[in-house]
Design a protein around this ligand. Sequence first.
Ligand code: GTP
Length: 598
Amino acid sequence: VDPKFIRNFSIIAHIDHGKSTLADRFLEFTGSVSDREKKAQMLDDMELERERGITIKARSVTMNYKAKDGNLYQFNLIDTPGHVDFSYEVSRSLAACDGAILVVDAAQGVEAQTLANVYLALENDLQMLPVLNKIDLPSAQPDVILEQIENVIGLETDNACLISAKTGEGVNEVLEAVIEAFPPPSGKNENPLQALIFDAWFDSYRGLIILVRVFEGRLARKDRVKFMATHSEYEIDEVGIFEPKMAKTEALEAGQVGYVIATIKTLDEARVGDTITHAKKPCAEPLPGFKESKPMVFSGLYPSDAADYANLRDALDKLQINDTSFVFEPETSIALGFGFRCGFLGLLHMEIIQERLEREFDLDLVTTAPGVEYRVTTKSGDVVMVDSPSKLPDPGHIEIFEEPYILGTILTNSEYVGAVIKLCEERRGIQKKLEYVSEDRLLIEYELPLNEVVLDFYDRLKSVSRGYSSFDYHIEGYWNSNLIKLDILVNGDLVDALSLIVHRDKAQNRANLLTSKMKELIPRQMFDIAIQAAMGARIVARTTVKALRKNVLAKCYGGDISRKRKLLEKQKAGKKRMKAVGQVQIPQDAFLAMLKID
Ligand code: GTP
């Protein structure tokens, strides 16, 4: 293929603006899927993904497009995940592209992830093609939104396409515009090989599948190649493209995007971001890689039943093969026993992993409230990263206590601005920007401690603005903060899994709310249960769960046996998620009580 006829691009969009629908239309219009094969959401192939409507793993599809100029083009559409937690994966997909189609919902306009994605595209020096989608909706306001794109994003809209991915209107024009808007790849087959690994995953049938963009040179089957970061060498077993099914080819030429298979055992040997070159005639320099993703949100995962510990470890190992951004290490809690401290990219990533463990591996888990990684400088000058309150050095030894903070971008309707600002201020936010993007829509930027964001900030934002807000963030750095550890005692026993790190100004209030919430969540038992909150040795709040007086079965009047059985079964099911701390049964919910106050 002459590079002149290749275009490598992504579609970027805020969630629900129609990225997947447009990708489906592309496949259909280029004849890449027959009607029988046509399935909604072709590009997302994990069950869970479909349910959540989010693309987690980057994929690519090669389409052949017969253009109006009579030429046959090869379009490589590289899929990107749409959620803020996965911005790192968006960035690495974009590194393989020369252009990005920016899809904006013509009724909703620019949202927080539209902006975040635009910044990532700019960082990668990509040309952008604005596409207004959903013009079939009566509420669409293409003119207003085009102006928004010019004013807020600073993007020229002369070549913008107005389309409906749903009806197909305008989609052909987008395919034509791609040829004009994006540059062809510039590499040459004769040059030494430089292929960027932008994704890799483990397939149970085929082994490790590596996605590459060949920038220079030609990569063929049987070639002996070297991975530049690890220096390991392999013979290539197979190369090919996704059409969208895997299709073997003889070689991937300069400018092409496709997959590579070699007998590689672990993801660690073929790192995403690394450059593949020929062993005999290597290139001088590796391609610029990308920043490694760092877990930002941490929580403890424990099996409900201690006997499942080994199963949980196996499951975590398996998940990590496909998702290197997720990390874990063994952790022991006095209250919860043996489990794992796990690090995730963000809250959604955490939820997805937890759900997959329960669903795909059939495990019952007890999870602790999410937290962040603090940076502590001790009096002796050591810097320690603390990802769990239980690892905090003695307060007397702490010289500097820092927490990560983010820059959050919020777009909201003017009527909710007051509520949104109030929420941000409550979460210790510092306002950085407040401006109108159109008549009744505002862009607000806040610096916020990540610790306050992981605790249900996003849910609260949605509820105070009745769903009319979007939110995105990136980590800015660490700032010094007046933090303190808050402990929870149940009948005098410190429950380490319930400890948390909070700002001193908020500690008393949190202690009150938390103890009263725990009182609601812990079921009454045959004896009184004292719930206390402590800062160091000082008890700062206390509630009591009063002893149970009546037998559960009493309200069945001793009559209907099937009803009795049902009740007992229900109790049993509920118990699975309980953890005994001393004599007290604590339900899973109580470990997440922090998320439920406010
Ligand atoms: P994520 O996969 O969650 O990132 O969303 P997405 O951007 O891929 O959006 P998706 O294609 O799933 O579309 C979101 C919703 O908008 C779906 O219910 C689509 O049916 C609908 N939709 C997409 N395009 C159009 C359009 O042109 N007109 C109308 N009316 N609805 C559309």
